[in-house]
Design a protein around this ligand. Structure first.
Ligand code: NOJ
Length: 759
């Protein structure tokens, strides 16, 4: 987060003047309100732009050291002469951030990912977009498409989990939801930005082989481009030695060439570390300030280091979505002072929290709670004042108020006629022993700007759980964590619910899951290891060292390949009912028309939800990990009801990246298709034979003429630092902060209270 330091004050003072200038300019701006094709309107406008006006459009207008709000994360100034409206960019991926209030605190993207529900992801995106527009912004800085390579990453809660397919599908749906509400999505961050340690400094260099990059880290990028994302943010990391924001291979050859992206690439905040090289490599917009892409880019144009054609391309890429989304014709969005949350948005937050809540263990079917439960002890500070609704950094969202676990459970228990007590954890054993059921809530804080050193709960929380479990065999642990954590007490407790960072409706969602008003809908979007020593990037040279030599074996693919038994596998999650899989049918020859169908039946006595998952095992010759997720479908079924789930394969479902051919190839051989309820529970298998090896994509285009292989030359670099000292200083500070972290922001306008305070 750069939150406090670089937020941009919304210009209000000159509104009237601006309106006059705009009215006068209207007649001279034939591209406004015109029916002409977008490309024609761009050309018309471009032909009227002066060099300074073009430069003004390719960078933000924030001044460093600006600490006041109300705020957006970034802003491009308007140009009244040419009727170009201002463009406000707003964080972020879990709701409107940047210190705004009156917004909805949605559950974290990780919680959304646990729902495995693309339709819900679309509504999640739409909710954020409506609120961002309601606050006056035009661009939503999300979805986050970085994968969870290692759960120690500070931004783990902000990811959509460890799998490229799940991430890509949900992010694409979210882009659709955001853009369907007329806001521009900015998918972030490309590519292989998976840690905070030393970010934006040369030491943060992700060394990734081409095949892994293409198959794993770039796969969700391709999906959001296919979904029409208007913009993409390049990250703080180096990729194979070259900073992501001046990386020709990444931005020009792959993103714009191979994937055909026609929108704009924005630098992460203070991630512009080159001027000429960044422009020539394919970065289009500098944020939040404008020295590298102001005076320094002017210098590049004047000296011939950057062509006018490239500058025109940068401008066109920014104007294109602005025209497509009707920004020139808009009367304006709302204003930062408007309250934009409401019951409809709170309902989305509640639905995501419920559908993402993942029941990991339910010993002797002790859940759901019923009439026989006369008393419940709710234990742990995280059930009250230390609740976490939202993680830290730019994805942080301030709730109007958070329904704490204690509040939610107390209210629901009252309806059921049960008594509820609270203990902050200091008397966990006594409190648990005195009740029929103990619900112990543990927490783990995570934030952008700092990686966590481990995936362990605090000793205090582990002891609290152990004491409660020793005193009461009906102890259920609720994990208010960013992602996977170790569970040394697992055998002692009856139940475990992963609640993630569940947003403002947390307590109510938890109570409905515990009481079975809602079936626990979540399935793990990330593997929970027995110990962090089992993590794919456990060794320090991998994390935070940056050697991605686990290669394709990310997440469950690692545990499969290395034959490591996880604590809970990817895709796992219990329901209060049971499901049976039958009738697998495979139609097609492995190409994009191939479909896989299967029947899922609710064999229990309650309504419930299941996520059917399709995994593909490639022939050994392909060199893939043992299996890859290639499809999923969430179904809600009444007792006894069946549904046929259907997975449509695409061009690449059975393909792999052939680095020699520099393209995707579907290799000859037998592929196994497995369907079931988790990556380690796949009762159905079928197969398909691919008759001959064939390429399924074009090779990556060559670098454009004049594209750099790395950074600016030394003398340009010296000029950058000398002319842009504040930006250079900030760039370094981003890295330095990663050693200390940022203070956590407030969780809610009305601070969550401990039930103990209420007497
Ligand atoms: C830095 C973060 O990495 C990025 O995700 C965010 O959108 C910007 N700051 C703006 O706050």
């Amino acid at each position: 987060m750069i939150a406090a330091s670089v937020l941009v004050t919304v210009p209000a003072a000159h509104a009237a003047e601006t309106a006059d200038a705009a009215a006068e300019a209207d007649s001279q701006c034939p591209w406004v309100g015109s029916d002409a094709p977008v490309e024609q309107r761009i050309d018309q406008l471009l032909s009227r732009m002066r060099l300074d006006e073009k430069l003004d459009l390719v960078h933000g207008s924030a001044m460093p050291f600006q600490f006041v709000g109300p705020t957006y994360a970034g802003m491009i100034s308007e140009n009244p002469r040419l009727c170009i409206p201002q463009l406000g960019l707003s964080d972020g991926p879990a709701g409107v951030g940047n210190g705004h209030t009156g917004v909805t605190q949605l559950p974290s993207p990780m919680a959304l990912a646990a729902s495995w529900d693309a339709e819900l992801a679309s509504r999640y995106g739409a909710t954020i977009a409506r609120e961002a527009r309601g606050k006056g912004a035009d661009v939503v800085l999300g979805p986050t498409i970085d994968l969870l390579r290692d759960p120690r990453a500070g931004r783990s809660f902000e990811t959509l989990g460890e799998d490229p397919h799940l991430t890509g599908e949900l992010a694409a749906a979210q882009v659709g939801g955001i853009q369907g509400e007329g806001a521009l999505a900015q998918s972030k961050h490309i590519a292989a930005y998976n840690q905070e340690t030393l970010r934006n400094l040369p030491a943060n260099d992700s060394i990734v082989d081409e095949r892994t990059l293409q198959e794993v880290y770039l796969s969700p990028v391709r999906d959001v481009v296919d979904a029409g994302t208007a913009s993409v943010m390049c990250g703080y990391n180096r990729l194979n030695g070259v900073h992501a924001c001046n990386n020709t291979y990444l931005l020009s050859q792959v993103l714009k060439g191979q994937f055909g992206f026609d929108g704009f690439v924005t630098s992460d905040w203070f991630a512009t570390q080159a001027s000429h090289a960044a422009a020539n490599a394919g970065m289009d917009l500098q944020m939040p300030g404008g020295c590298h892409y102001g005076p320094r880019l002017r210098h590049g144009i004047n000296s011939g280091a950057v062509t006018t054609a490239r500058l025109d391309d940068m401008v066109s890429r920014i104007l294109r979505p602005m025209f497509r989304f009707g920004l020139f014709e808009r009367d304006g969005n709302g204003s930062p002072d408007d309250a934009v949350t409401g019951p409809e948005h709170a309902a989305v937050a509640r639905e995501v929290a419920e559908k993402g809540m993942t029941l990991l263990k339910n010993g002797d079917g002790m859940l759901p709670l019923g009439g026989e439960t006369g008393s419940i002890a709710v234990i742990g500070e995280a059930a009250g004042e230390r609740v976490i609704g939202s993680g830290g950094g730019s994805p942080h969202v301030i709730a109007p108020e958070i329904v704490t676990p204690f509040e939610g459970i107390a209210e629901r228990a009252r309806e059921a006629g049960a008594e509820v007590s609270f203990d902050d954890g200091s008397q966990a054993g006594e409190a648990a022993g005195a009740a029929d059921v103990a619900v112990v809530v543990a927490r783990q804080w995570s934030t952008e700007s700092k990686d966590n050193k481990d995936i362990r709960l605090s000793e205090k929380d582990n002891e609290m759980i152990a004491k409660a479990a020793a005193a009461n065999e009906n102890t259920v642990v609720v994990l208010n964590t960013a992602g996977p954590v170790e569970m040394p007490w697992l055998d002692e407790v009856a139940g475990v619910v992963a609640a993630w960072y569940p947003g403002q409706e947390y307590g109510d969602a938890l109570a409905s899951v515990l009481y079975g008003d809602a079936d626990p809908g979540g399935r793990l979007p990330a593997t929970f290891p027995v110990s962090q020593a089992d993590l794919p990037a456990a060794s320090p040279d991998r994390f935070p060292g940056g050697a991605y030599d686990e290669g394709l074996a990310v997440g469950y693919r690692w545990y499969d390949r290395e034959d490591i038994e996880p604590l809970f596998p990817f895709g796992h999650g219990l329901s209060y009912t049971t499901f049976e899989y039958s009738g697998l049918e495979v139609r097609g020859d492995g190409g994009p028309d191939t479909t896989v169908t299967a029947r899922v039946t609710n064999t229990g006595s309650r309504a419930g939800s299941e996520v059917a998952q399709l995994y593909v095992t490639h022939p050994e010759s392909a060199g893939e990990p043992p299996k890859r997720l290639e499809g999923f479908q969430r179904v809600e079924l009444e007792p006894g009801e069946s549904a046929r789930v259907r997975f449509a394969l695409d061009e690449r479902s059975l393909a792999h990246w052939d680095a020699d051919a520099d393209r995707w190839v579907r290799g000859e051989g037998d592929y196994t298709l497995s369907v079931g309820g988790s990556s380690r529970d796949l009762p159905l298998t079928g197969d398909v034979a691919v008759a001959e090896t064939a390429p399924v994509s074009e090779p990556t285009p060559a670098p454009p003429p004049g594209a750099p292989e790395g950074d600016d030359p030394a003398w340009t670099k010296i000029g950058n630092v000398a002319r842009c000292p504040a930006e250079s200083l900030y760039a370094g500070m981003i890295g330095a902060i990663s050693l200390f972290g940022l203070p956590p922001g407030e969780q809610a306008t009305r601070p969550p209270r401990s039930p103990a305070d209420d007497g």
